[in-house]
Write a protein that binds this ligand. Structure first.
Ligand SMILES: *[C@@H]1O[C@H](CO)[C@@H](O)[C@H](O)[C@H]1NC(C)=O
Ligand SMILES: *[C@@H]1O[C@H](CO)[C@@H](O)[C@H](O)[C@H]1NC(C)=O
Ligand SMILES: *[C@@H]1O[C@H](CO)[C@@H](O)[C@H](O)[C@H]1NC(C)=O
Ligand SMILES: *[C@@H]1O[C@H](CO)[C@@H](O)[C@H](O)[C@H]1NC(C)=O
Ligand SMILES: *[C@@H]1O[C@H](CO)[C@@H](O)[C@H](O)[C@H]1NC(C)=O
Ligand SMILES: *[C@@H]1O[C@H](CO)[C@@H](O)[C@H](O)[C@H]1NC(C)=O
Ligand SMILES: *[C@@H]1O[C@H](CO)[C@@H](O)[C@H](O)[C@H]1NC(C)=O
Ligand SMILES: *[C@@H]1O[C@H](CO)[C@@H](O)[C@H](O)[C@H]1NC(C)=O
Ligand SMILES: *[C@@H]1O[C@H](CO)[C@@H](O)[C@H](O)[C@H]1NC(C)=O
Ligand SMILES: *[C@@H]1O[C@H](CO)[C@@H](O)[C@H](O)[C@H]1NC(C)=O
Ligand SMILES: *[C@@H]1O[C@H](CO)[C@@H](O)[C@H](O)[C@H]1NC(C)=O
Ligand SMILES: *[C@@H]1O[C@H](CO)[C@@H](O)[C@H](O)[C@H]1NC(C)=O
Length: 826
């Protein structure tokens, strides 16, 4: 998903008011201080969590969750705000808080939001139990300005009534700590029904005052998928802190927006079926503690299997650990991940250090590891299970390729989960959220993800628990089998195979799916075919190599050479089954489009492209750009057209199909122009503020794009090719703890003055040559994963101020199928 969806559904009604009141200014000053101090520390003494600003992306539709989580944590504690806040939290101070809750996703474009179940809201009820403000609107409270605080493994927010809420977590459980003003009796409202999308479909709650335990469970629907699918969530709140807090009053409450406000002191049960007439249920528990303890600790366990398992998750993962112990454990887990990339902190610009580690943090925040927490058709699986694959269309380009540098074990576990979905459903997931299948966007974008794993780790696949034959079968199913409904998995394969493109306005009799996005679906299907072709090549499936190589060239079939725009000719267009193209102005759905129209998954999106214009999507053939250049009229026109694309404002930094476009110059033998463009893209779209990413993080698609730019490389998915750019960092080392190799990248001639939007004249930044373990690279435009990060050692990227001399590949261009590229796999 990308920004446009939320912008469209959200409209002007929820334009963001940026106030500088959150987070606490101490967050940034603490980070700055840590970065300065680290200049004099040896890398093993560095606490990398101190460089992370978890608030980046919590404004400007970034939809990042700054909540407390462990790497890939199922639990992410954050407060839930009113207004447009799909991840629960936003910095916007004009919004109020309804509680703090243990489940959130990060970076999703879902305009309804996801999770936010089982919110607990602390309060003082001066008039006693019956006067507590329990309903959703009545309990809304502002926070104190300049006080929000969070860091990896820790989250804190102070309400304007003085109550401080803090949280820390393990994978499936955590602790909430509340500090009340002196001499007040602590009350808590616990919400059974509400989730951010307001999708409750029944559930129950039980208060056991003897045990000091409240268990809850219920059904909710999807945040980005069919609302007819439901998932079940279970929670276990232990409220007496091992006997150190004593419950006083307890009971249930129920409310609505029309004046219903009822409380049942002493009652311990709620049991609701689905409300068939509609309307939001508001109901839950209300309890207080004896005396006036200032601090209250609640232990929370979550499960997707049963309330018993939710309780045992809290018992085994948290047990009687203190709040600070859980924070320390979480920070240690984060340091293990973040230290996989070590940089020369002393000589790297502070903002770059902060952007890099904040991005790496988010690259390990999702997807959510729900292994052993499966339900529905996955209930009995023995495989890993990851949720919030949100969505593969977003993540195949930069997220998984970055993971391949440092984390093959984690990558393999996620691939295992993708393949398992093929075993269960018959197709791999494109989008999976809340344990259910979500909407497809470009087709089966899982293909380039598992393809990238196979290409980069086939020798280790078995040791990593991946059966390449299963992986290949899953790819073939995605590529060849039409599902009954291609909106939730797979592709419209039969029509695509028959015509060589996804036909517009086609007669369909044996399956269903939204007949839109024919142009972009064809482009994505073709690239997905390239992924299948790569694995076929790896496995010596000669006939399939032939078939899928041909199919990967189908992007050409939606290229209408007659369409002109702004003086450039040849644009992707949708096409009827009789071959006639359907004209769509290439500017439509671009940022320059003045007309309000449907550009996303709506059935009224008649333009042929998903969340993009034809200007934007027509660049998309990463496996065959050489031929695309011919289609567009040759190198010179291609470069002019790229320049015009950026200058005219058609580029969308926050949109996935645009990710590789700034590096397109490489393919026309002008790598120095890519270097200039990437500097501009980074400095005009990213920074260290809450508004510091250009739209939804999209399961860290944006974070990993930025990471690649800062590191000075860019991956071609499903291949081992890495395009070479100009690092923003003078020296860094990437550790791969599975392969036991470390790779050090040195930017020889690095000049701090080059790290800005426009590289000044006479400042070194352009790649003069690349040397790998002492051997000059055959091209300065690209290197191979097998020669660099797979082998380890030293890579020296020497930069020069002489832009003209550096503005060619000085050797082979990046590979393209039509010029004999990708002939073998390593
Ligand atoms: C780091 O060390 C250098 C020289 O050893 C010193 O000048 C500088 O003040 C130190 N910086 C910090 C942040 O301690
Ligand atoms: C917080 O700051 C905003 C201005 O950014 C102001 O309007 C608001 O009244 C302040 N809120 C509180 C609770 O002080
Ligand atoms: C409860 O209080 C006892 C005695 O003060 C203390 O030893 C114990 O650690 C406390 N337990 C928790 C969970 O705080
Ligand atoms: C809740 O009610 C349903 C029927 O309405 C019943 O089947 C179920 O056992 C009840 N659950 C509890 C926990 O009482
Ligand atoms: C996911 O959780 C399982 C079960 O605890 C664990 O074995 C696995 O290592 C975890 N994977 C990641 C990537 O966190
Ligand atoms: C594919 O063929 C090559 C060359 O004959 C051989 O080295 C390789 O082991 C084969 N791979 C598989 C998976 O059969
Ligand atoms: C192709 O089909 C479309 C839609 O039915 C129709 O408008 C167009 O005229 C047809 N083109 C040809 C060449 O028959
Ligand atoms: C958009 O509006 C501006 C100002 O009215 C106009 O100059 C421009 O041509 C319009 N663009 C399109 C694509 O219609
Ligand atoms: C673009 O330039 C490259 C290298 O100079 C050359 O190999 C290629 O043929 C050119 N492409 C076209 C379409 O002219
Ligand atoms: C660092 O980022 C902040 C926030 O965007 C900006 O104000 C500041 O100028 C940046 N500093 C440098 C040295 O680029
Ligand atoms: C990496 O090192 C660890 C610990 O020394 C060892 O167990 C493992 O087998 C090594 N892995 C490889 C791929 O060599
Ligand atoms: C690399 O580039 C630098 C700067 O242009 C140059 O001085 C040096 O000789 C080059 N080295 C090689 C091996 O080409």
């Amino acid at each position: 998903m990308a920004t446009r969806l939320s912008l469209l559904l959200c409209g002007l009604a929820c334009a963001v008011t940026t106030t500088l009141a959150q987070p606490s200014p101490q967050v940034q000053s603490r980070i700055t201080k840590a970065i300065k101090a680290a200049a004099n520390l040896s890398s093993s003494d560095i606490d990398y969590t101190q460089f992370v600003n978890v608030f980046i992306g919590t404004d400007n539709f970034g939809d990042v969750c700054p909540g407390a989580s462990v790497p890939f944590g199922m639990v992410k504690f954050s407060t839930d705000m009113t207004g447009y806040a799909p991840a629960g939290y936003i910095t916007d101070n004009t919004q109020t808080i309804r509680g703090i809750s243990p489940l959130h996703d990060s970076g999703t474009g879902s305009s309804l939001g996801t999770y936010g179940n089982f919110e607990v809201m602390p309060m003082t009820c001066p008039g006693g139990f019956d006067t507590c403000l329990t309903s959703l609107t009545a309990r809304e409270t502002f926070r104190k300005n300049n006080t929000d605080d969070a860091s990896p493994g820790y989250f804190a927010l102070t309400l304007d009534n003085g109550i401080k809420m803090e949280a820390t977590s393990t994978r499936r459980a955590g602790l909430e700590r509340f500090t009340f003003p002196k001499r007040t009796k602590p009350y808590f409202v616990l919400d059974l029904a509400n989730d951010l999308p307001g999708s409750f479909a029944g559930g129950s709650m039980n208060i056991d005052p003897q045990k000091g335990r409240i268990t809850l469970n219920g059904l909710w629907s999807s945040s980005f998928g069919p609302t007819s699918f439901f998932h079940e969530i279970f929670a276990c709140y232990d409220v007496t802190n091992g006997g150190n807090q004593t419950l006083d009053e307890f009971g249930v409450w129920t409310a609505d927006t029309n004046g219903l406000d009822a409380k049942g002191l002493g009652q311990t049960q709620l049991n609701f079926t689905r409300n068939l007439i509609g309307g939001v249920y508001q109901s839950g528990a209300l309890f207080s503690f004896k005396n006036t303890p200032q601090e209250i600790l609640l232990r929370v366990g979550i499960s997707f299997r049963s309330t018993d398992q939710a309780c045992s998750n809290a018992e085994t993962e948290v047990g009687s650990s203190s709040f600070d112990e859980v924070v320390a454990q979480s920070k240690a887990l984060w340091n293990e991940k973040l230290s996989k990339i070590e940089i020369d902190v002393a000589n790297t610009p502070e903002n770059v250090t902060e952007m890099l580690y904040s991005s790496l943090y988010r690259s390990f925040l999702t997807p959510n590891n729900a292994t052993d927490e499966t339900q529905g058709p996955f209930a009995d699986t023995t495989h890993h299970y990851f949720d919030s694959l949100y969505c593969s269309w977003d993540t195949f380009r930069t997220f998984y390729p970055l993971m391949s540098l440092t984390s093959p074990v984690e990558f393999a576990q996620i691939v295992d989960s993708y393949i398992d979905a093929w075993r269960v459903h018959g197709w791999m997931p494109e989008c999976r959220a809340n344990h259910m299948r979500g909407w497809t966007q470009g087709g089966s974008s899982a293909d380039p993800i598992v393809g990238h794993f196979a290409i980069t780790y086939h020798d280790e696949a078995e040791a990593l628990g991946i059966d390449l034959n299963d992986l290949y079968s899953a790819l073939l199913a995605d590529g060849n089998d039409t599902p009954p409904n291609w909106d939730i998995e797979g592709r419209q394969a039969d029509a695509y195979i028959k015509y060589g493109y996804v036909p517009a306005s086609a007669l369909v009799t044996n399956s269903v799916g939204r007949q839109t996005r024919e142009g972009s679906r064809t482009l994505e299907y073709a690239f997905e075919d390239f992924a299948i072709r790569q694995v076929a090549l790896l496995l010596n499936k000669t006939q399939d190599v032939e078939t899928f190589t041909q199919r990967s060239l189908n992007y050409r079939n939606v290229f209408d050479g007659s369409v002109k725009s702004d003086g450039f000719q040849g644009f992707a267009q949708k096409r009827f089954s009789n071959g006639t193209f359907v004209f769509t102005d290439p500017i439509n759905c671009s940022p320059q489009d003045n007309v309000s129209r449907s550009c996303s998954l709506q059935d009224s999106n008649t333009g042929g492209f998903y969340e993009s214009s034809s200007w934007e999507y027509s660049w998309f053939a990463p496996h065959d750009t050489a031929h695309l250049i011919s289609l567009m009229g040759g190198n010179e026109t291609f470069v002019k057209r790229l320049n015009h694309f950026f200058d005219a404002g058609y580029y969308q930094a926050g949109n996935e199909p645009s990710f590789q476009t700034p590096i397109g110059y490489h393919y026309a033998n002008h790598p120095a122009l890519s270097v200039d463009r990437v500097r501009d893209v980074v400095f005009s779209n990213f920074d260290i503020t809450p508004a510091g990413i250009p739209g939804n993080d999209d399961q860290a698609a944006m974070a990993t794009l930025l990471s690649w730019h800062l590191l000075g490389f860019y991956p071609v998915p499903s291949s081992s090719q890495l395009l070479v750019l100009s690092p923003f960092i003078p020296k860094y080392t990437i550790h791969n703890s599975f392969l036991n190799v470390s790779t050090t990248i040195t930017t020889k001639g690095f000049d701090l003055r080059s790290v800005k939007q426009t590289i000044p004249k006479n400042v070194a930044a352009y790649v003069a040559n690349v040397t790998i373990n002492g051997v000059p690279s055959a091209s300065r435009c690209h290197v191979d994963f097998y020669d660099t990060f797979k082998t380890g050692g030293d890579v020296v990227i020497e930069v020069t101020a002489d832009k003209d001399s550096a503005d060619s590949c000085n050797g082979l261009l990046p590979e393209s199928i039509s010029t004999g590229g990708f002939a073998t796999v390593r």
